[in-house]
Design a protein around this ligand. Structure first.
Ligand code: XMP
Length: 513
């Protein structure tokens, strides 16, 4: 696949993936690389431009992340954002210092004035809001640079050396709070780097199909279909490429939401592939009987899944390729920092050890989630699959608190369906990223008709988040919560009380187990 490429050089900022997504939204392919990537590797990618990201450090600190100074001599345009801007300035003869309290130090939304003669701001309003977050300040701008944006507190919000194609902005154009931020990035890509806009999902689909065909030849391909967006789109793409050479194994563990298994199966009927649905509900439930500890549940489900998948693979005989739905955020190696493991997420990542095959194919490895969805649409997958919210591998087993039984799963499935149905009726789906019901292990006394009830408490959970690492609870309108509550207690036996979870993550997690 040869697309023009922009490299986002990662100095440890929190919005780096967002920068990459903005570039791709503009129709230009880009990759995020750690700032430590050797220059020879960067040069080999033949980039049409670099974007230096923000970062938590001060450029003048002794051990601050630095770029190879040769990068400034490649003749390739550079846009520096925040830390990246200061790095550019310092390397090219400017001076960066800590801004004095209450002077050029800026945080939050800031009224900014732009020079629209500068290529970055051409065609955009001369005045607007930018999102600032910097405590350092360019005391001296390097020779050859012009000032092309300012705010009340800061004379050099943006700098440019148009001859060399070097630009720096102190603000964050990639966040939504900045007005016309994406337009500015587009100007950099098209006016400065000479982008042709050759990154579209239609093209990607055609090229990926061709490449999969070339690679696979007459070989056999195996894919574990979970029903999630990534594995579904990967399956559809490979199905389009190699048809009956593909076997999709869909292990229905009986822990899916209402009708989900049938929906997944129906979506793949239009392709002539080998589709194996293993109905393994009883097997999973018998293994889970008597188990209430969340991590034990995860381990049991993960192991059972692998065993079933392995048995199916053996039936097929020799498998040449295994497809995995890895997507780009899993691949990006961050410039700085690492994370602690709070829950052992069950993914199909463990499979390769168990199955004999030649190679793994990861056809979504370069794509962000929104691009995966777009590709799914290009492949005519139904909208309910393409827009499906994240669903954990262990399914409803970690949303039934305590021991998992068929009775509890059925109660939860009905309640969860009503919750999702009312959210859809109220057109609120886009205001939340994940929403579901949890069947607690608590019973309480209620009154229904003239009788006493002693039934389960159901919790509703909805979060708004961009990365699922942190999340806020969604402010669902009271009248919608009311409708959900009334419907569930009336329509679902054994639930007599509904609570709404109003904790953010942290300190809570999104799932209850
Ligand atoms: P938590 O509960 O850790 O969830 O805040 C963050 C995101 O991960 C999903 N999740 C899982 N996904 N296997 C998965 O494949 C798991 O065991 C698992 N546990 C949580 C969760 O739904 C949310 O999107």
């Amino acid at each position: 696949m040869s697309h023009q490429t922009v490299i986002v050089l990662d100095f440890g900022g929190q919005y780096n993936q967002l920068i990459a997504r903005r570039v791709r939204e503009c129709g230009v392919y880009c990759e995020v690389k750690p700032y430590t990537t050797p220059l020879t590797d960067l040069r080999a990618m033949n980039p049409i431009g670099f974007i230096f990201t923000g970062g938590p450090n001060s450029v003048y600190a002794p051990s601050s992340p630095q770029a190879d100074p040769e990068i400034f001599r490649l003749g390739v345009p550079i846009l520096g954002i925040c830390y990246g801007c200061q790095l550019l300035a310092q390397n090219l003869g400017g001076k960066v210092t800590a801004a004095a309290e209450n002077s050029a130090r800026e945080y939050g939304k800031t009224e900014t004035f732009f020079d629209t003669a500068c290529k970055l701001f051409q065609g955009l309003p001369a005045q607007g809001i930018t999102w600032m977050s910097h405590g350092d300040y360019m005391e001296k701008v390097p020779d050859g640079f012009q000032l092309c944006a300012h705010s009340a507190a800061c004379p050099n919000v943006a700098i440019a050396d148009e001859k060399r194609g070097f630009y720096g902005v102190q603000y964050h154009p990639e966040v939504n709070h900045t007005e016309h931020g994406t337009d500015m990035i587009r100007n950099f890509l098209y006016n400065v780097c000479g982008a042709a806009g050759d990154w579209t999902m239609g093209d990607y689909k055609e090229t990926a199909i061709r490449q999969i065909r070339e690679k696979v030849g007459g070989g056999r391909v195996l894919l574990a279909l979970s029903g999630g967006v990534d594995s579904s789109v990967a399956a559809a793409l490979v199905a389009e490429a190699v048809g009956r050479q593909l076997t999709c194994v869909f292990v229905d563990h009986g822990l899916m939401r209402l009708n989900e298994g049938d929906e997944v199966e129906a979506a793949f009927q239009k392709w002539d592939i080998q589709f194996v649905r293993v109905n393994a509900e009883e097997r999973f439930l018998s293994k889970l009987a008597g188990v209430s500890e969340p991590e034990r549940k995860r381990k049991i489900i993960g192991e059972e899944f692998i065993r079933i998948f392995e048995a199916e693979a053996k039936k097929i005989g020799q498998v040449d390729y295994l497809v995995q739905g890895t997507i780009y955020p899993d691949v990006i190696e961050s410039g700085a920092g690492d994370a602690a493991v709070i829950k052992s997420h069950h993914n199909v990542g463990g499979l390769p050890d168990y199955i004999d095959f030649k190679e793994i194919i990861e056809p979504l490895r370069l794509l962000f989630k929104d691009e995966v969805r777009q590709l799914g649409r290009e492949l005519d997958l139904p909208e309910y699959l393409v827009m499906r919210q994240p669903f954990p591998g262990p399914g409803l087993a970690i949303r039934v608190i305590g021991e998992v039984t068929k009775e509890k799963l059925d109660i939860l499935r009905q309640a969860d369906f009503i919750f999702r149905d009312e959210i859809a009726c109220a057109n609120l789906e886009e205001t939340m990223n994940q929403y579901f019901a949890v069947l607690t292990n608590m019973r309480s006394v209620g009154v229904m008709g003239d009788g006493r009830t002693y039934d389960y408490t159901l919790a509703l959970r909805s979060v708004t988040t961009s990365d699922f690492m942190t999340a806020d609870w969604t402010r669902i309108p009271y009248e919608v919560l009311d409708r959900v509550s009334v419907r569930i207690v009336n329509e679902v036996p054994h639930i007599n009380r509904i609570v709404y979870d109003i904790t953010s993550k942290p300190p809570a997690t999104i799932e209850w187990e």
